[in-house]
Design a binder for this molecule. Structure first.
Ligand SMILES: C[S@@+](CC[C@H](N)C(=O)[O-])C[C@H]1O[C@@H](n2cnc3c(N)ncnc32)[C@H](O)[C@@H]1O
Length: 236
């Protein structure tokens, strides 16, 4: 059986549960200091040994919220970047929608894996740390797309991520942000740490204007997970 099995497959889910237990025990799994948290992502991909069941966030398909948005916002050759692209599905959706797409992830293993999954891709994949990006990326992208990466970062890392991501958007460009959400008075524990409105509104401190926000739920066995898809525009 291929590793690219759908999540409803019972055997895949059993492997996922086992992996989740194992990686939850690793240093950095629950947050902690910057180095430990970032090292945790490296370890998760490395120890997965090529099995996507061992990557808890790998759906092996682009997120519906992105596909739906792209159907109404085709790229027409504009330049896009996917932040923390993991195994590449969202980046591939951007490219399929007509964006000239670049995508990066902290983990070299994730990038090698994404390239292997999509050998004929037009996406330019790169291993890079959000907190140490190439200078030429500043203000360079017509669309910056962030999905589930901010929610995986807490505290100072989250605050810094919001600043850095803002800086990538070109004048006249957009940011599309998709994350778990909670009310301002929510106290949901992470990881992942759902975002509060006051947190995504911090993009406005860095020259972006919130133009649309949409709330939706994703249902999982025994729970409902609130999400937000927010769009921001950078004035020319
Ligand atoms: C929860 S996953 C989301 C992956 C993908 N965006 C998705 O929607 O499935 C967060 C991703 O961000 C990456 N990441 C975490 N910290 C990063 C950093 N400092 N720079 C670049 N990527 C980072 C992780 O390696 C991981 O692939």
């Amino acid at each position: 059986m291929s590793n690219e099995t759908v999540h409803s497959d019972r055997e895949f889910m059993a492997r996922r549960d086992a992996a989740r237990e194992r990686i939850d025990e690793l240093t950095g799994a629950k947050g902690g200091n910057t180095d430990d948290r970032l090292a945790w992502f490296h370890t998760v991909y490395k120890e997965a040994g090529g099995d996507p069941a061992a990557i808890p966030w790998a759906d092996l398909a682009p997120k519906d919220a992105i596909v739906e948005w792209l159907a109404k916002n085709p790229g027409e050759g504009r330049r896009a970047i996917d932040i923390g692209c993991g195994l590449g599905d969202n980046a591939e959706a951007l490219a399929a929608a007509g964006y000239r797409t670049e995508a990066f992830d902290l983990s070299e293993d994730a990038i090698t894996w994404a390239k292997k999954r999509f050998p004929d891709s037009s996406v330019s994949y790169l291993a890079a740390d959000l907190f140490n990006l190439p200078g030429e990326w500043q203000g360079a992208f017509d669309l910056v797309q962030e999905c589930y990466t901010i929610q995986a970062l807490d505290g100072d890392l989250r605050a810094k991520a919001i600043e850095v991501i803002s800086g990538l958007v070109a004048p006249g460009g957009m940011l599309l942000m998709i994350n778990r959400s909670q009310n301002e008075d929510g106290d949901a524990k992470g990881p992942p740490w759902p975002m509060k409105p006051s947190e995504w509104r911090r993009f406005e401190d860095y020259g972006l204007k919130l133009i649309h926000e949409e709330f939706y739920d994703i249902e999982r066995p025994g729970r409902v997970i609130p999400h937000v898809r927010a769009e921001f525009f950078k004035e020319v």
